[in-house]
Design a protein around this ligand. Structure first.
Ligand SMILES: Cc1ncc(COP(=O)(O)O)c(C=O)c1O
Length: 401
């Protein structure tokens, strides 16, 4: 079946965060510009989810609702079918999103001042969660070799061996650099974590977005010993554009830490996932797999479009292909602009609305993250807007020689 990944959605004045931000940054922006910032998608939701919710609303009673059998079965089956990961229903802890889960887990596994290891550049709320909880961020920057990023295992082992450091906060696949960690890398990482008794929070929210030729391995499957100190964050929210439903599944096999986590959540947030969140999630996992498979092809087309565009017209700007996620990490350092100039150029001159690289840590200075989940022709227009602005810019004249 051909799903609709070409219709443009207009989210202006509907509270969509990245759209609000775009109009704030540039109130004069033309109506047809779509922002490329925050990681939700500029596509309609899968029709099976929308139709299913409509039908459900005809009969549902919208009262207090907890996880129920068909929801839990859908989550278990998804892990098995898509990720070759066998889990039990009772391991699933639904939460109001993954952010709240790792905030809670950090509090649970450490005390104030303890070290939390982070591989920057990385999804910036990781650093926020460490700082907001008054823990110490122990940054082990990813190693960058040309366009390739890898884990600095030597530095990681050194940090892990420090008894003040209690947790590794891990992003897999990695936002923003688009790495899908290989099984051998995960085995090495798990071995170090076990050896030094670290807790690991593995945020695998992007695990359904794997580009052709790559394979995601769930960290929990590589080392049995690690699972006693591991929580794995999963969700249908990225995969099916359901972030506004505020639902996710945290998977914890160890009974003791699961109970502790549940208790901590209850104290802090009450942790009631909304009834429509459960239902949307269940519908997506049971009825919309074909939609996701088609979407992955669109993302792959889009990442090649971006990669090829810069390679052909502005080779100084690097747009490496991604292995996973639907965000691409663009290196604008060759333009020689400082952060303010770069942002102003992109937002005002090019109407090219990105997520600034520096917020992922100073390792992201001069980079911009773009979202690939939008209609291909809209992305093409954005690239042409940027290209035209680059050609016009006096400051960047040397680029066009
Ligand atoms: C790595 C990562 N974790 C978590 C989230 C957000 O999860 P949630 O909306 O469930 O809090 C995102 C969103 O972009 C993300 O990239």
């Amino acid at each position: 079946m051909g799903y609709d990944f070409t219709t443009r959605v207009n989210r202006k004045d509907k509270g969509a965060l990245k759209w609000e931000q775009m109009y704030k940054l540039n109130p004069d922006v033309s109506e047809d510009v779509i922002p490329l910032s925050d990681a939700d998608m500029e596509f309609k939701n899968p029709p099976e989810v929308i139709e299913g919710l409509r039908e459900y609303l005809d009969e549902a009673v919208l009262g207090y609702t907890g996880p129920y059998e068909s929801f839990l079965t859908a989550v278990v089956d998804w892990q098995k079918r898509r990720h070759q990961w066998e889990i039990e229903k009772e391991w699933i802890v639904p939460t109001q999103g993954i952010l709240s889960a790792f905030y809670t887990a950090i509090r649970m596994f450490s005390k104030k001042g303890d070290g939390v290891i982070n591989f920057r550049p990385v999804y910036y709320p990781f650093s926020m969660a460490i700082e907001d909880n008054e823990r110490t961020e122990v940054n082990v920057p990813l190693l960058k070799n040309n366009d390739d990023y890898t884990i600095d295992f030597e530095a990681f082992e050194k940090a892990a061996a420090d008894p003040n450091n209690k947790i590794l906060l891990f992003c897999s696949p990695h936002n923003p650099v688009g790495r899908v960690w290989k099984k051998e890398e995960l085995e090495k990482l798990a071995g170090i974590a076990v050896k030094h008794d670290l807790y690991v929070i593995s945020d695998e929210i992007w695990y359904d977005f794997i580009m052709p030729g790559h394979q995601h391995t769930v960290l929990a499957t590589v080392n049995e010993e690690l699972t006693d100190k591991l929580i794995t964050c999963t969700a249908a929210s990225k995969s099916f554009n359901l972030a506004g439903m505020m639902a996710s599944s945290i998977i914890i096999s160890n009974k003791k830490i699961r109970e502790q986590f549940n208790q901590e959540l209850a104290v802090e947030t009450g942790n009631m996932v909304g009834i429509l969140g459960y239902k949307a999630y269940e519908l997506a996992y049971t009825k919309s797999e074909a939609w996701l498979d088609e979407l992955l092809k669109v993302i792959d087309t889009n990442q090649h479009l971006v990669h090829d565009y810069f390679k052909e017209y502005f080779p100084q700007i690097k747009a490496p292909l991604i292995e996973g996620t639907y965000v691409q990490w663009l290196d604008f350092n060759a333009l020689g602009l400082d952060q303010e100039e770069l942002e102003s150029f992109l937002q005002k001159d090019a109407a090219f609305f990105t997520t600034s690289g520096y917020i992922f840590g100073e390792e992201g200075n001069g980079f911009e993250r773009i979202n690939l989940a939008l209609p291909t022709d809209a992305l093409e227009e954005a690239l042409h807007r940027l290209g035209a602005a680059l050609k016009k810019s006096k400051k960047l004249e040397r680029l066009n020689r």
